[in-house]
Write a protein that binds this ligand. Structure first.
Ligand code: FES
Ligand SMILES: [Fe+2]
Length: 390
C-alpha cells in the first residue's frame, strides 16, 4: 500500500538538476560526509590487489593488504604524483610510479631511494592520507568523513539483510558494470524509486498492468526509503523455483533499498546488486554497479549448471531493463533544464517526494510553498457596500 493517498508536489526545481552552485552544495553536505560503496572485496582477492577511483575529486586507492582492505589517497607525499594511473592491478608493495617511494600498510614511508637527500626527515608530512573503510558482507564502503557514524548504523535497518544478500558462499560477485550518463545524478536515482514507468518503458518484461498497490510496501524514512514487492509474475516465480533448487530459502520478494544520498541495494531470489550514483558534474553521473549471482548451498555439476542458467537469465533481463531506463535519462535532463511546469508526483512515486524533501532539508533550502496554503493566505477584499457606491 502507498502511504500517501493524494498527488504530491514536485519539490525540486529545474536548477536543482543543473546549477553548479547547487551541485557544490550537494557534494559538500550530502556526498562527502556519507559512506560510499566503492567495490566488492572479491574484486581484490589476492594480497596486493588494488583498484583506483575518483571520489568527488579525491583520487582513492583501495588495496588488499594481506586480507585487510585499506583506503588511501592515491597521491604521493613526495611531489604529489598519483601513485598509479591503473584502474586495477597488483603490487607487492604500495609504490609510487614516479620515483619509487614505497609505503607500508599504515601509509608510512617504508623505502625511499637515496633517502639521505631528504634529511632532516619530515615524518609527519610524509605519510599517505588514509580514509575510513568498512564492509558489509562482500561490499566495501569508504567515507571521506573521519567522523562518519559506523557503517552498521548508517545501513540500519538494512545492515543484516545486506550482509546476507552480498556474501559468499551463497552469493558470488559475478559482474561489474559502470557507465556514464548525460544527466544529473538525481535523474536515474528518481527513476529507480518508482514503479510507475514499468508498463511504459519495460512493457516487454512487465506487461501493461502496473504492480497492484496491495502488492507494494513502501518504507519512508528521513535517511532511506524502501520497497518490498511480492514477486508474482511468471519470471519472478521461476526465480523463486531456481533459488529453491539451489538449496536456498527463497523470499519470493523484490527488495529495493535507497540509503541516502546515493546507495541503492536491490535483492531478488537469483540476482542482487549494489548501485552507486557518483555525480561527476551538475549534469553528468557515473553509475557503478556490482552484480551478485545466486550460488545456493548445493554443490556439484547439476547445481553449477542451474546456478549458471539462473545467472544468465537474470543478468540479461536486468541489463535490458537498465538499458531501457538509461535511454530516457538524457531526454529527462533536457526537459528538466528548460521546463516551466511545476511538475507533480503521484502517490505511487511517493519515495521520490520523500527523497526530494530530504535533499532540500539536508541542504537547508526552503520547501516551495504549498499552493493550497498559499491560496488560503490571500485576503480577498470585501465587496464595497451599496451605500458607499451610492
Ligand atoms: S612523486 Fe612519488 S616518489 Fe616522487
Ligand atoms: Fe526502470
Amino acid at each position: 500500500m502507498f502511504i500517501h493517498q493524494q498527488s504530491l508536489r514536485h519539490l525540486l526545481r529545474p536548477e536543482h538538476y543543473c546549477s553548479e552552485q547547487h551541485f557544490q552544495l550537494e557534494l559538500e553536505k550530502l556526498f562527502r560526509p556519507a559512506w560510499q560503496f566503492v567495490a566488492a572485496q572479491s574484486e581484490l582477492p589476492k594480497d596486493g590487489d588494488f583498484l583506483t577511483l575518483d571520489l568527488f575529486g579525491r583520487p582513492i586507492l583501495i588495496r588488499n593488504s594481506g586480507g585487510k582492505f585499506l583506503a588511501y589517497e592515491n597521491i604521493c607525499s613526495h611531489r604529489h604524483c598519483l601513485l598509479t594511473d591503473d584502474s586495477y592491478g597488483n603490487q607487492r608493495k604500495l609504490r609510487c610510479q614516479y620515483h619509487g617511494w614505497e609505503y607500508d600498510d599504515e601509509g608510512c614511508t617504508a623505502k625511499i631511494p637515496e633517502a639521505k637527500c631528504f634529511r632532516p626527515w619530515d615524518r609527519d608530512n610524509s605519510r599517505l592520507n588514509m580514509f575510513r573503510m568498512e564492509s558489509c558482507g562482500d561490499l566495501l564502503f569508504v567515507s571521506l568523513n573521519p567522523d562518519a557514524i559506523p557503517l552498521r548504523d548508517w545501513l540500519s535497518p538494512f545492515y543484516e539483510e545486506t550482509a546476507a544478500a552480498f556474501s559468499s558462499p551463497t552469493w558470488r560477485m559475478a559482474f561489474v558494470w559502470e557507465y556514464d550518463c548525460e544527466s544529473n545524478w538525481k535523474v536515474p536515482a528518481e527513476n529507480t524509486l518508482e514503479s510507475y514507468h514499468v508498463t511504459s518503458l519495460h512493457r516487454k518484461f512487465f506487461g501493461d498492468v502496473l504492480p497492484s498497490e496491495q502488492n507494494v510496501q513502501h518504507l519512508l524514512d528521513q535517511r532511506y526509503t524502501g520497497l518490498t514487492f511480492n514477486a508474482t509474475s511468471g519470471i519472478e516465480q521461476l526465480q523463486t523455483r531456481l533459488n529453491r533448487w539451489l538449496g536456498s530459502e527463497p523470499t519470493s520478494k523484490y527488495l529495493h533499498r535507497h540509503i541516502y544520498p546515493n546507495t541503492m541495494l536491490v535483492s531478488t531470489d537469483t540476482i542482487n546488486y549494489a548501485l552507486m550514483y557518483m555525480p561527476t558534474s551538475p549534469t553528468t553521473v557515473r553509475i557503478r554497479m556490482r552484480f551478485f549471482a545466486i550460488r545456493g548451498t548445493r554443490r556439484g555439476p547439476f547445481a553449477s549448471l542451474i546456478s549458471w542458467l539462473a545467472w544468465r537469465f537474470a543478468k540479461s533481463k536486468t541489463l535490458q531493463v537498465h538499458n531501457e531506463d538509461r535511454a530516457v535519462y538524457a531526454s529527462q535532463q533536457k526537459g528538466l533544464e528548460r521546463s516551466r511546469h511545476p511538475g507533480v508526483i503521484g502517490s505511487r512515486e511517493e519515495r521520490i517526494y520523500i527523497f526530494q524533501k530530504y535533499i532540500l532539508e539536508s541542504l537547508g533550502l526552503p520547501l516551495p510553498p504549498d499552493p493550497a496554503t498559499a491560496a488560503a493566505k490571500i485576503t480577498i477584499p470585501e465587496p464595497l457596500s451599496t451605500e458607499v457606491l451610492q
